[in-house]
Design a binder for this molecule. Structure first.
Ligand code: DAH
Length: 349
């Protein structure tokens, strides 16, 4: 209770004014902002207690009228002071209670948080890189916009080769293009350093293709190992690829099939026993029991000649990362990997 109100209150106690005294008590005893508001209407409202008291003036004579008016105005001001002070107290209390109830412990452990996840293609790429890094292969990146020499010529893909077809390659002017494979990173690495070389090149590649198993952009990992002449054999290549494929797919059978690539001689394509039917034969493996997963071979002498390497031997291999991801995660349509569909991606958390 403020000092002014206290004086008025004492005045009331002494001279008696029971009606108003009761309202001082009510204001002071109010327990909530809502009750206080009800009291305010009762006291200060149009039909309130003060209005009724003021109304009594009309029956009084001039002098008495003035006296009552003065008295009532003093009460009115004192009650208002009382009311305002009480309102602030109650509002502060209510705020404290609300703050306590709504307090958030930001350090508390939550189980419902949504963790992000790596895209299945990137996760597969990481696993491939992890394997070859553990075998001491350096990771090279090269560049996405390539020239004719690195993408084709130095890889023993001469001018008439069908792989250069406008149907397959995104060309810019001046014989520049989006690289169609990661093999040019072999060339760039050999041009920039002396043998021995042990490298992989993971990265995006581009071809004019779009269907169930092809997208205009996809990812490859290229591998190259070069050392002194007579030290790198097909047996070395076979050993590391078998080991790698078992690391990626678990207990699968691996077979090497003679094939052709311009940059390797001899060349092979590598199959694993079908991960879906375990080699029994199904739709995915076209009832052969085998799935083709990479290309490889012994580096063609023409490639070494193009980069001015002498008295060396080496092996190379290349694979498509999306194909690996599709086989590991049993995804049917390659295009779905690039649609950013949350429903699909959520499954790889
Ligand atoms: N560059 C080939 C492609 O894009 C993949 C490849 C096959 C790379 C055999 C190699 C290799 O290094 O030896 O299809």
């Amino acid at each position: 209770m403020g000092i002014n109100s206290l004086i008025v209150y004492v005045h009331i106690l002494i001279y008696g004014d029971s009606i108003l005294k009761e309202w001082y008590d009510k204001i002071n005893d109010a327990l909530s902002v809502e009750t206080l508001e009800e009291i305010r209407i009762c006291v200060f409202g149009k039909k309130g207690i003060l209005a009724a008291e003021f109304a009594k003036m009309k029956d009084l004579s001039g002098q008495e009228k003035g006296k009552l008016a003065k008295e009532l105005n003093t009460h009115k001001a004192a009650l208002m002071n009382e009311f305002t002070a009480k309102k602030i107290t109650l509002q502060t209390e209510a705020l404290m209670v609300a703050m306590k109830a709504e307090a958030i412990d930001v350090s508390m452990f939550s189980t419902s948080s949504q963790a992000g996840a790596l895209h299945p293609v990137m996760e597969t790429m990481d696993r491939i890189v992890e394997y070859f890094s553990s075998m001491n292969f350096a990771v090279k990146t090269g560049q996405i916009v390539e020239d004719d020499f690195n993408n084709f010529e130095a890889l023993n893909l001469p001018k008439y080769h069908p792989a250069r077809d406008m149907q397959d390659t995104f060309y810019f002017k001046d014989e520049m293009m989006l690289r169609t494979h990661t093999s040019p990173v072999q060339i760039r690495t050999m041009m920039a350093s002396k043998p021995p070389i042990r490298m992989i090149a993971p990265g995006a590649v581009f071809r004019r293709d779009y269907d169930l198993t092809h997208t205009p952009m996809f990812h490859q990992v290229e591998g190259l190992l070069v050392d002194k002449e007579g030290t790198v054999s097909f047996a070395n290549l076979k050993f590391i690829l078998e080991d790698f494929l078992k690391y990626m797919f678990g207990e699968v059978e691996v077979r090497f099939r003679p094939s052709f690539f311009p940059f390797t001689e001899p060349s092979a394509e590598v199959d694993i026993s079908c991960v879906f039917c375990k080699g029994e034969g199904c739709r995915v493996c076209s009832h052969t029991g085998w799935l083709e997963v990479l290309g490889c071979g012994i580096v063609d002498p023409n490639v070494f000649e193009a980069v001015n390497y002498k008295d060396v031997s080496g092996y190379a291999f290349g694979l498509g990362v999306e194909r690996f991801a599709m086989l590991i995660h049993q995804i049917g349509d390659l295009r779905s990997l690039f649609e950013g569909d949350i429903k699909l991606l959520e499954q790889f958390q």
